[in-house]
Design a protein around this ligand. Structure first.
Ligand SMILES: [Zn+2]
Length: 561
């Protein structure tokens, strides 16, 4: 075992072993080069001892006691008159760790983050506080992105639904290239401007990424990722099926039933950054509500047949506890409106309100005042907040359905599709038919039979999934005409979204690139972020994401699935 790294330049004078291994070391050479001018000097001014921690030996901490000499620099023109000798093979100037200990701590930091490394280090006699380890990780050199040709973009959330970052991967080498602090047009386009080699960019359906690519990499072909296309389609189908649950169920029971009140389905939009996305979200929310309302009506029907809550639950496909809660509630339990997203402006709300009520309207002035008070958000976010003050609050949805009329001719045995769930049924719609078992096939056939909308949706969904699976993008135009001609609002709005992004979707349905591997990297990134608790500042996160990828491409690929 080598006690110290390079013995040719050093002399071990003494080793003592107690709980700690202490090694006295001095330089072998009688002379030393001046760090400023390089002149070899031999006149000694004084001596002192410097302690440096090294890798533990047999589980014991190792302290190197370096005998350091101070030399006079003999070069008359040199700015240094006196210098302390250095031990370049062993450690850096003014550092308390040896180089190899620093390397070990850096590796631990990349794998585990600061806190866990320090905890583990303590057990294994490695020194180093969480802060020290994090500093080493941040200071480590990162691989420089070569000239990527095909890249994929995906976002990941710093804070759920509040702040998003961007992960960029090389789809050819399958490695992460960079982690950006947000997904804004400025940040993402700036990255592309620094990487002019990019020829193909795969992305999700976000309009921000589309704009960033057009701005930063106008030479590149945009590819709408197939996985995201399939996901968007499935979401549309699920919304449709949730909306039609009641219709499907009542048709099966041979009851006539008024179509859901149109007014109820009219989307009431909340102010949003992405109008298109938010309309879709609102449509989905209302559909989920319709599905739940229908389940609630079923609960009442079955209760009148004096079924137990457990039986009701198992027949409808909700838990017995949910049934109990709904019945105890006495009326349809409206989902509580989700709270407004927390915003960086929240702590200044009172100040802003007061400012507003005093009749002030100069936004720029307010923005400066907020900044002076430590506000870290954007001026855009502040203006969005002000817009809310200007427009009177919208009335809440406030639809309280009247208690459904009880029907006397109640059912006694389970009806088909009684436990219909839009989420489950969506799978039947997008999956390849031969992957379904007998029961699933029957369920699907029944749904298609009773609901004309579902039948239309099924044909369109299968048509689109076929393009995704077989890369037959040349059929896109025909598909779009059929979807637009259909009377299914959810698919019409899906088609509209595709139409607006048609070139990229066509490329996605034609070219071989797919960013499925990005999902794996995003998941790993989330894992790293979580392991760092609140310390996940971007430079560190970026360092850890890129580091592992560089050292272990094979493992990164496996993680990416
Ligand atoms: Zn000198």
């Amino acid at each position: 075992m080598t006690i110290i790294p390079d013995l040719s330049e050093l002399v071990i004078e003494q080793v003592s072993m107690t709980n700690v291994v202490t090694i006295m070391v001095r330089a072998a050479s009688p002379t030393a080069p001046c760090p400023c001018c390089g002149t070899i000097c031999k006149r000694i001014q004084s001596r002192y001892t410097r302690t440096v921690r090294d890798l533990p030996a047999s589980g014991r901490p190792v302290h190197l006691m370096l005998h350091v000499r101070r030399f006079f620099c003999q070069e008359s023109t040199c700015v240094r008159k006196i210098f302390a000798e250095r031990f370049p093979s062993l450690t850096l100037p003014r550092v308390k760790f040896t180089l190899r200990l620093q390397d070990a701590l850096t590796e631990m930091g990349f794998e585990l983050g600061g806190e866990a490394s320090a905890r583990l280090g303590k057990k294994l006699s490695y020194p180093g506080s969480p802060d020290t380890i994090l500093r080493l990780v941040k200071g480590a050199e990162l691989p420089v992105a070569s000239s990527p040709r095909v890249v994929g973009l995906d976002d990941w959330s710093w804070k759920r639904r509040l702040r998003y970052g961007t992960l960029i991967c090389d789809l050819e080498s399958r490695n992460p290239l960079d982690v950006l602090p947000d997904r804004s047009v400025e940040t993402v386009s700036a990255w592309f401007q620094k990487h002019p080699s990019v020829e193909v960019v795969s992305r999700d359906r976000s309009s921000e990424y589309a704009a960033a690519i057009k701005k930063g990499a106008p030479q590149a072909i945009e590819v709408a990722d197939r996985w995201h296309l399939g996901k968007n389609l499935a979401e549309s189908i699920e919304t449709l099926l949730a909306r039609c649950r009641s219709e499907i169920r009542h048709t099966l029971q041979g009851q006539s039933r008024p179509v859901q009140e149109q007014a109820e389905m009219e989307p009431m939009l909340e102010e949003e950054k992405h109008p298109a996305r938010s309309r879709r979200e609102e449509q989905a929310r209302l559909a989920r509500r319709a599905q739940k309302l229908d389940q609630y009506e079923q609960v009442l029907e079955l209760r009148d047949q004096e079924l137990t809550t457990t039986d009701i639950g198992s027949r409808i496909g909700v838990s017995g506890r949910t049934v109990q809660r709904w019945l105890a509630h006495g009326s349809f339990p409206e989902a509580r409106r989700r709270r407004r997203r927390p915003s960086l402006i929240d702590p200044y709300e009172r100040y802003v309100l007061q400012w507003w009520h005093e009749g002030n309207r100069n936004g720029l002035q307010l923005y400066r005042e907020l900044i002076a008070q430590g506000y870290k958000g954007s001026s855009k976010a502040m203006y969005r907040y002000l817009v809310r003050l200007r427009t009177p609050q919208r009335p809440s949805l406030g639809v309280t359905p009247s208690k459904p009329q009880m029907q006397k001719n109640v059912l006694t045995s389970p009806a088909p599709l009684e436990n219909f769930s839009a989420q489950r049924a969506t799978w039947l719609f997008v999956c390849q038919p031969d992957e379904l078992d007998r029961t699933q096939q029957n369920e699907l056939a029944l749904i298609r039979q009773v609901s004309p909308s579902a039948e239309t949706a099924y044909r369109l969904a299968q048509g689109f999934m076929q393009m995704i699976r077989e890369h037959t993008g040349e059929q896109l135009d025909t598909w779009l005409s059929s979807a637009e001609a259909s009377q299914v609002p959810e698919l019409k709005s899906f088609a509209k979204g595709v139409q607006q992004d048609k070139a990229a979707v066509f490329a996605g349905l034609t070219l071989p690139w797919s960013q499925g591997l990005l999902e794996g990297h995003v998941n790993r990134l989330k894992l790293l972020k979580r392991s760092m608790y609140g310390r996940a500042k971007l430079p560190l996160l970026r360092a850890r994401v890129l580091h592992v990828a560089e050292k272990e491409p094979a493992r990164a690929a496996i993680l990416a699935g």
